[in-house]
Design a protein around this ligand. Structure first.
Ligand SMILES: Cc1ncc(COP(=O)(O)O)c(C=O)c1O
Length: 388
């Protein structure tokens, strides 16, 4: 957490008072929540009444996918199709597939190109054929593994003639790319505090007031009745501070991270010539500035991760939420990367505390790490009966 967000958290956590209580302690707490709501809304181009605080990105995605599905299907029972890009985070994919298993939804996975960009023609063809049966579309603002920024405004343009709501998961985009809820035209947008220097365990769904959105959590009726539960005023206050900071400092942060990332990409390519950059070329402009992602042929991502960790470099095989599950990334597979190559994936992300000396350390360790991981890959490939 940033120092300012932490200070806001501590100040609020020391106070007594439930933001839904009418006594003065409750009203003080409510004031902190409403100030944060205004800040989050103002920083992201939304109205305060469009902000629904949640326990983070996962909950906001669940609320969007399930809540919009139920809301839209209640208006018209034919609306069973849920269109999601094939590279969504599991926080979107899994509720969508849950709806397929439990609520009669049909999931349509929208394809992407070799760099992870949505195939807009496939979306348009799908809508032309099935608009009346479509409940919603969900396409993330930016991908958490390969950093691809999606053409969200084009998705909205395709959906608008049919009146189909569009949700976007902007968890990775806030603080790294310009994100404006109203200007983008989306109906709902997920954000999370812990990617931007706020606490873990708080986020929001921004949702237009006229969106058909059913509750997922039922109880005390907080947050427009769609997200019951006592408000976590301390986390929300810190989230407000973090959001303002992330958005106010975006131009400088993006420029600094882009320069550092471009240097990282060039030097990784020098240090490990077999490495293949995945996602858009940095110069293309539609990649998150703090993201670099490579596959290393013949090496297992997990081996690379542990070897680098012991050299003091912390990287990820993909989405941190999936690490530990030794399966090739669904994002890389959707981009057409063969399974054997997808197993050698490593994602490097740079943030507020990353410096040039972090890149130096990575580049110094990499040749040996890759050689060792490739040697281990060769041995385990043989043990498994040959490279597959
Ligand atoms: C794109 C994306 N969506 C959703 C999430 C989940 O957010 P949270 O960790 O706040 O539940 C993440 C977390 O990494 C993410 O990267």
């Amino acid at each position: 957490m940033s120092a300012a967000a932490l200070a806001a958290y501590v100040a609020e956590a020391q106070r007594t008072g439930n933001a839904s209580s009418l006594h003065s302690a409750g009203r003080t707490s409510r004031r902190a929540v409403e100030e944060a709501r205004e800040t989050v809304a103002g920083s992201l181009g939304a109205r305060p009444s469009e902000v629904i605080f949640t326990s983070g990105g996962t909950e906001a995605d669940n609320l969007a996918i399930k809540g919009i599905f139920w809301g839209r299907r209640a208006q018209d029972t034919r609306r069973t199709r849920v269109l999601v890009s094939a590279v969504e985070h599991h926080a979107v994919l899994d509720p969508a597939f849950w709806l397929a298993g439990h609520a009669g939804a049909e999931i349509v996975l929208l394809p992407v190109d070799a760099e992870g960009r949505l195939d807009l023609d496939a979306l348009r063809a799908e809508l032309a054929a099935h608009a009346a049966e479509t409940a919603l579309i969900s396409v993330m603002w930016a991908n958490n593994e390969v950093g691809t920024i999606q053409p969200v405004r084009d998705v909205v343009r395709a959906a608008r003639p049919y009146g189909i709501p569009v949700h976007t998961d902007a968890v990775q985009a806030v603080g790294q790319a310009e994100v404006d809820f109203a200007e983008s035209g989306v109906d709902a947008m997920t954000v999370s505090a812990h990617k931007i220097g706020g606490p873990v365990g708080v986020g929001a769904l921004l949702a237009r007031r006229d969106l058909a959105l059913d509750a997922v959590l039922h109880g005390g009726g907080q947050e427009r009745g769609v997200r019951s539960g006592t408000l976590d005023a301390a986390s929300i206050a810190a989230f407000g501070v973090a959001t303002r900071h992330a958005v106010d400092c975006l131009p400088q942060r993006a420029a600094r991270l882009r320069a550092l990332r471009d240097d990282l990409v060039a030097r990784v390519r020098d240090a490990a010539p077999s490495a293949v950059l995945r996602g858009p070329e940095p110069a293309a402009g539609d990649r998150l500035p703090g993201n670099a992602h490579f596959t290393f042929p013949g090496a297992e991502g997990d081996s690379l991760l542990y070897l680098l960790d012991s050299a003091g470099v912390q990287a990820s095989t993909g989405s941190a939420c999936q690490a530990g599950v030794p399966q090739p990334s669904h994002v890389l597979l959707a981009m057409g990367v063969p399974e054997a190559e997808a197993r050698g994936a490593l994602r490097f992300t740079l943030g507020a505390t990353s410096t040039e000396s972090d890149v130096d350390r990575l580049v110094a360790a990499l040749p040996q790490v890759v050689a060792r991981a490739q040697a281990a890959g060769l041995v385990s490939g043989r043990a498994m009966g040959g490279a597959s």
